[in-house]
Design a protein around this ligand. Structure first.
Ligand SMILES: C[S@@+](CC[C@H](N)C(=O)[O-])C[C@H]1O[C@@H](n2cnc3c(N)ncnc32)[C@H](O)[C@@H]1O
Length: 257
């Protein structure tokens, strides 16, 4: 059945769900098959995803780590840095900690678009041209999960089809990258619960997002964060089935390098 917004208008692009591989299984696969010696995860929490990543060196950043089980399997060196991502990028040197630049980065920290925008350009700056940056939670399935405040999202979304799936408004990174960084290679993947946005063809020397930060934040803060706006965003992207990527022996069809 076609979804409708509050005014009863049809939402023509919004998917009913994401039907692919769970994001952790997808990330585990990518870390295994794409040369991923060095990994960075921003927003780690209990380490459920971290535990599934295959890599030599993992740097795990979160101001409130909640690790309570062995997350070190399939890794030689795991370093936890218990600070907010802004502090990590400003005060710690990834390449020195990991003895090289990251091959794979997962951004899953604070779920408001201005934080993700900073995490993205800071992550790109420490990357190489072949690093894969994966953004979590940018493909919400209703307006309740996209509410900027986590507590409000939990309250208004508790009786929705997707209770307690807080994405915040990080979906706005999609139109931001489309507008400001058309040079990036961006692949949108149908991984439940809330999609993955995979970005390659990075340019670590680019300052477009950092220099334009306040102008971008003002412009996109003013944009609606409702179902109609989210539906319109879906109208601008093509979602790739995760199975197509994981069944393909040649990931360079999707990700540079
Ligand atoms: C959804 S959880 C991460 C889950 C994890 N990536 C996984 O898939 O297993 C989000 C985490 O982001 C962390 N976080 C919140 N603000 C942050 C910030 N400014 N920098 C880094 N992490 C942050 C929270 O403490 C929380 O643990």
């Amino acid at each position: 059945m076609t979804e409708r917004d509050d005014a009863g208008e049809e939402l023509v692009h919004l998917p009913d769900n994401h039907h692919g591989l769970h994001y952790m299984a997808f990330m585990a696969h990518v870390s295994r098959v794409r040369d991923s010696k060095r990994y960075l995860e921003i927003g780690v929490s209990q380490g459920h995803l971290l535990s599934q990543i295959h890599t030599e060196v993992a740097i795990a950043v979160d101001p409130a780590l909640q690790i309570s089980f062995n997350v070190c399997e399939n890794k030689t060196i795991v370093t936890f840095v218990q600070v907010p991502s802004d502090t990590f990028f400003a005060e710690y040197n990834y390449a020195a900690l990991a003895k090289g630049k990251p091959d794979l980065i997962f951004l899953d920290g604070m779920h408001t678009f201005e934080y993700l925008l900073r995490d993205f350009y800071n992550a790109e700056a420490i990357s190489t041209n072949r690093t894969l940056i994966v953004l979590h939670d940018c493909m919400p399935l209703n307006a309740e999960m996209a509410e900027r405040n986590a507590k409000t999202s939990a309250e208004i979304g508790k009786h929705s089809r997707f209770p307690y799936h807080w994405t915040g408004d990080v979906w706005k990174i999609i139109p931001i990258l489309q507008a400001y960084r058309p040079d990036l290679r961006v692949v949108y993947v149908d991984c439940p619960p809330t999609g993955l946005v995979c970005v390659t063809n990075l340019d670590p020397s680019s300052r477009v997002l950092e220099d334009g930060y306040f102008q971008i934040v003002d412009a996109f803060r003013a944009r609606d964060n409702d179902l109609r706006a989210i539906d319109a965003m879906y109208g601008t992207i093509t979602i790739t089935p995760s199975s197509r990527i994981t069944n393909d022996s040649d990931l360079t069809l999707y990700f540079k390098g």
